[in-house]
Design a protein around this ligand. Sequence first.
Ligand code: ATP
Ligand code: MG
Length: 427
Amino acid sequence: MKISAVKGMKDVLPTAQGEDAPFNSRIWERILNAGREVLSRYGFELIHTPVLEESRLFARAVGEETDIVGKEMYAFEDRGGKVLALRPENTAGAVRAYVEQGLPMRDPVQRWWYFGPMFRRERPQRHRYRQFFQLGVESFGVAAPEEDVEILALARDLIEAVGLVGVELRVNSLGDEACRPGYLEVLRAYLEERRDRLCADCQRRIDRNPLRALDCKEPGCVEATRDAPASHEHLCDPCRQHFDRVLAGAAAMEIPYVLDARLVRGLDYYTRTAFEMTAQALGTGQQTAVCGGGRYDGLVKLLGGPPTPAIGFAMGVERIATLLAEAGGVPAASADLFLAFADPRGLEAAQRLARQARGRGLRTEMDLRGGKVSKQLGRADRRGARFAVVLGELEVQAGRARLKEMATGQETEVALDALVEEVWKRR
Ligand code: ATP
Ligand code: MG
């Protein structure tokens, strides 16, 4: 019996290529390694929250009226009757944990990052999967606009570190509970005047969630709302000052951005600063969002904590991997040293040397199936080994072997007890 993976959910493997190149785990490792490095420089620490949470957490945090919760969530009744959901995003879980641990009072300033799978029952297509990974950050406890600037700088540095080029940062301010209601009234009146030009979804949104109409991809709706009132032009004084300082800070830090009045984000919890990073896909020339984020100053309180400012973002790992694969293909395997052996004495020596080399930090491989030396060396080649050495009775007795540089075929004789150091120097 052959069983396939669930539709819209992918395996990430070192062998993935061609159409599956975005799921090549060597690309993922690059993203993760580069990301980890940058995140630690900014003082962010790794968290893991459960993949399953109570469904009402997402209904509360993300919003009942959003597509994510209303249409796309995998929710089910657990034995015992509790309704659980596979997390569609990680901010709600992070805030739940932050409040549950009493951190708002105990240690409110936290900088967290995560890397893990999210689940949304969307129509599977290019750039859109039902299980997809996000690398994201959450910064709690700092209301100052300079924190927004730090987060924008971090997002920019992450994108650069993973090697994506041509990524555009778009920012907007959605206001807060003081000025957003007034803006929504203005927007509602504007949409109402154009009701019959909007799609059925947007007609419903006029009452329930008018912001979302600005996010609609239907050409008719885009056209009808071209000159819609902009939230960043309806801010109260504190929100206005906050946003001005964010934009001035970004400019001072040389973080290029464009102001985008249509940027509203698909989740209800955002306040004030919201942003997205988009990249041009090579194949289609279409814009794809690789990162989305913003401030969510009301969410900690909404989930039962005291009022606490916070800001974060999430990057789509598959989308980044797709763009990297399009630009640079799938990376080949690579190792520093391959140890081949001709006989049992050689095998013993290879094992010892491998241990030593790995202890020194060299990526070292063998083919413990043994067999013909030429075959072992063929594998050394396929594994992208920089150097290879063949060990046997003779080499062990002489205490010397020939170290071969795979790319040039050039061989140098080295003492076995100096071999690891020699490879380390020349790697
Ligand atoms: P989009 O507008 O593309 O649907 P979104 O606003 O729903 O994105 P967020 O919830 O902000 O996305 O998630 C942050 C990032 O996660 C997105 O910018 C994108 O890169 C990625 N992402 C979101 N949904 C998917 C998906 N179904 N498959 C792959 N990546 C996704
Ligand atoms: Mg979406």
